[in-house]
Structures are given as C-alpha cells and as structure tokens.
Design a protein around this ligand. Structure first.
Ligand SMILES: C[S@@+](CC[C@H](N)C(=O)[O-])C[C@H]1O[C@@H](n2cnc3c(N)ncnc32)[C@H](O)[C@@H]1O
Length: 237
C-alpha cells in the first residue's frame, strides 16, 4: 500500500459488515478521516516488477509508455511511475484521494505526466489501452465481485503490455480479525477470475513475501499475492 506498515488495515476496519454502504461514500469517508493515509512511498513489490519491464522510451516516436493505475489512492505509485518516465492515468473512486495525488505530483514536478480520473470502476472505466495496467491492493471492503472489474482491466492492456495485480495474501497479525467482508483470493483464484484467452502469458502467479513494519515499528513479513501477465502482440499458435 504505498507504505510498509499497512495502517489502512486498521483504519479501514468496519465492524458492521452487514450494513449496506455506498462504496464511494465508504472510501471518501476513509480518506477524509485523516489528512493522509499512506506514506507517499511507492509499493515495493510493484516497483520491483515495473523495474523488470522494458524502460519507457521517452524519445520513442509513439511517445512515452503509458500506465493505468486502478485504485491509485493518494497517488504514490502514479507519481513514482511518472518520475520514471511513464505517462500515467491514475484512477480512484475518492475525490479526496485524487486531490492528494495531484498535490503530490505537483510537489514532485511530474504533474504534466499524470491524468487523474474519478471513476467507480465497477461502473465506468477510463478509455484507451495502456502498456501497463496496475491494480495495487484494490480490495473492496464491501461484498463485491471483483471479476467484472478485473476482466475490464485486461481489455485495457495494449498488445505487448503488462497487467500487474498485487493484493494482500492475508491481513497482518496486527489487523482486526476476522474480516468476513474482505475476500482474499489466491493467485490461482485471481487468474481464474480473469477468464483469460490464449493471447495472455502468465509471467507470475504466486505469493511473495516482503519486509514490513508493524504500527509499533517492529519488523514484520507480509505476503502479497502477485499476478503478472503479458498480453501477446501477435496471433497465438
Ligand atoms: C486499499 S487502497 C489502495 C490504494 C493504492 N493502490 C495503494 O496501494 O496505496 C484501495 C483504493 O482503491 C480505491 N477503490 C476502491 N474501490 C474502488 C472502485 N470501485 N473504483 C475506483 N477506486 C476504488 C479506494 O478509494 C482506495 O484508494
């Protein structure tokens, strides 16, 4: 989560999981509850994977490589991408999160490389196709089927492009448990939700561990479910 201690896991906790609540209201309230939720640092697993992709050629005739960040939150990953030469479209359901993202981008001197769009991605989706489509911890705290959104995300990947999905494998020990309102999909379940045709190559579908810090500052390890897919450029055999 653009930070290593997952404060969102605590802040996001809703005890009344049966109460219907509009998703936009939920996330807007989540962000308004504090001046800033995330650290402003790029997600480490995300950055490691993007670093393995072909570097964006800013002088290419077709322009810089493009990225779509779904559920961008306060924009740390989008700002990091823009700082590394990508042209980014960053999307979130929360206007407050997007405002913070814009301010961060201006501070970082990359405002001209990021377009911010407000969507409830289960309803509307940004236009176009992108070299990288990313969803980092796009969990919903409501009981929602993520598959239509994820399938729509695959359609946004340009031929030759990458889809990079990172989710929690489980909540950390220090988070309130249990959380029956949040579904944890394994990598294989995530792949199954995507209903891929053979134009896709699975580069990674698994669980990786990373270093984290508990809210009390103690070192910890967390599990991320990572699905990284490449959309083939040509016909498959
Ligand atoms: C757990 S946060 C992750 C934020 C960011 N990707 C990160 O890693 O720090 C999930 C984000 O997804 C956004 N989100 C949740 N449901 C959404 C939806 N239906 N459409 C658009 N954004 C959504 C939330 O507002 C929130 O910013």
């Amino acid at each position: 989560m653009a930070h290593d201690h997952h404060p969102h896991v605590r802040d996001d906790a809703r005890q009344d999981t049966e109460t219907p609540l509009d998703e936009a209201e939920h996330w807007e309230a989540f962000y308004r509850a504090t001046d800033r939720h995330w650290s402003g640092r790029v997600n480490t697993t995300f950055a490691q994977h993007v670093a393995e992709l072909a570097a964006p050629a800013t002088d290419s005739p077709r322009g810089p490589r493009t990225a779509l960040d779904l559920g961008c939150g306060e924009g740390a990953d989008a700002v990091w991408l823009a700082s590394h030469g990508w042209q980014v479209t960053a999307v979130d359901i929360s206007a407050t999160a997007l405002e913070r993202g814009r301010a961060h981008a201006t501070e970082a001197g990359v405002a001209d490389r990021i377009t911010w769009e407000q969507h409830d991605l289960s309803q509307t989706f940004p236009e176009g196709q992108f070299d990288l489509v990313s969803a980092q911890f796009l969990h919903s705290s409501l009981r929602r089927d993520r598959s239509p959104l994820l399938r729509r995300a695959t359609a946004s990947v340009a031929p030759g492009g990458t889809l990079l999905l990172v989710s929690h494998g489980e909540f950390p020990d220090w988070a309130p448990q249990p959380r029956p309102d949040v579904l944890f999909h394994t990598a294989q379940e995530t792949v199954d939700l995507l209903a891929l045709d053979d134009s896709w190559r699975i580069e990674l579908a698994g669980t990786v561990e990373r270093d984290a810090t508990t809210p009390d500052g103690a070192p910890a390890r967390l599990q991320d479910v990572v699905v990284r897919l490449n959309r083939r450029t040509g016909p498959t055999t």
